[in-house]
Design a protein around this ligand. Structure first.
Ligand SMILES: [Mn+2]
Length: 298
């Protein structure tokens, strides 16, 4: 039995697609998850199972406890391109990190020795520099699925997409036109809201834009809308949610300049890349608090 845990975004879906093509077999259990959820996903995945077998993790940064949790499997291959270093070394847990890679899909393809045009699409999407029409389509489809579905159904739809992407021929993407059009309307409304509601601050010499919301939003849309008029050193998206265990604040950090936003994400226990990062905190984080943190760190 093979279990795959991959990031719930385009890079994660493409990494999975490359892997499925490599192993060719259908016997794979797939979970889409996030750095904040990974440990829970691992723990849930082992319940009531006698045989665990191999676990593959793609495009998700880890920390000690996630590594220990993963280690319950017989063998682990963990491939990522976020900036982190595992502190624990276990003989049956192989962790491959290339923080210079634009996408995890790139590292996955090199690890397994597979070449695919999908890698370039993942690169473009993950660094928010989409040139290719198919990259834009894939990004919109995944956004639309995440917007419309959740839980098991979302997991199923994303896995289906990863399997469809195993085809060289990407004409099937147009089958998603209807849901993408529906989603595009919502995106337009979001863009209007971003223009109206974004607050701008100056801390030290940094120009900072903050957009607060209570629903999940694609962060690249916000960053791109804001870049039309101004260049911000830091774009912060604050998402306040009420989860099962109380309020959580999801924070996303981007930059239009080259300010290191990994630093602030790490301050809040998160991670990612130098130019794109995030954190999830079980608390309400307010704008003044964040501005104070920036003042302290930069
Ligand atoms: Mn990635």
């Amino acid at each position: 039995m093979i279990t795959v845990m991959t990031h719930m975004d385009a890079d994660g879906v493409i990494s999975l697609s490359l892997f499925l093509k490599k192993i060719g077999g259908p016997k794979v259990r797939v979970y889409f998850t996030s750095p904040a959820q990974l440990r829970d996903t691992i723990c849930h995945s082992v319940m009531r199972r006698r045989e665990l077998g191999e676990l593959y993790i793609f495009d998700i940064a880890g920390e000690n406890r996630a590594v220990y949790a993963a280690a319950i499997y017989d063998r682990v291959v963990w491939i990522d391109h976020h900036q982190w270093e595992p502190e624990i070394k276990l003989p049956h847990v192989e962790i491959v990190i290339d923080a210079t890679a634009k996408s995890a899909a790139d590292v996955v393809s090199r690890y397994f020795g597979i070449e695919s045009p999908l890698v370039e699409l993942a690169n473009q999407i993950d660094v928010n520099d989409v040139q290719d029409e198919n990259a834009e389509k894939i990004r919109m489809i995944i956004g639309a699925l995440r917007w419309k579905f959740y839980g098991r159904e979302l997991n199923f739809k994303l896995e289906k997409l990863a399997r469809e992407l195993m085809n060289e021929d990407l004409t099937f993407l147009k089958e998603y036109d209807e849901i993408v059009n529906e989603y595009a309307k919502w995106i337009q409304e979001l863009q209007e809201r971003v223009k109206k509601e974004t607050k701008v601050f100056k801390v030290k010499n940094l120009k900072i834009a903050i957009f607060e919301t209570t629903e999940s939003v694609p962060v690249y849309i916000i960053s791109n809308v804001l870049s039309e008029k101004e260049t911000y050193d830091m774009i912060i998206v604050l998402i306040h949610k009420i989860g099962r265990s109380g309020t959580i604040t999801k924070m996303e950090f981007r930059t239009h300049t080259d300010i290191d936003v990994l630093k602030i994400a790490k301050f809040y226990g998160g991670g990612g890349h130098r130019l794109a990062s995030g954190a999830s905190v079980s608390d309400i984080i307010t704008i003044p608090e964040i501005l104070n943190a920036i003042d302290l760190l930069y």
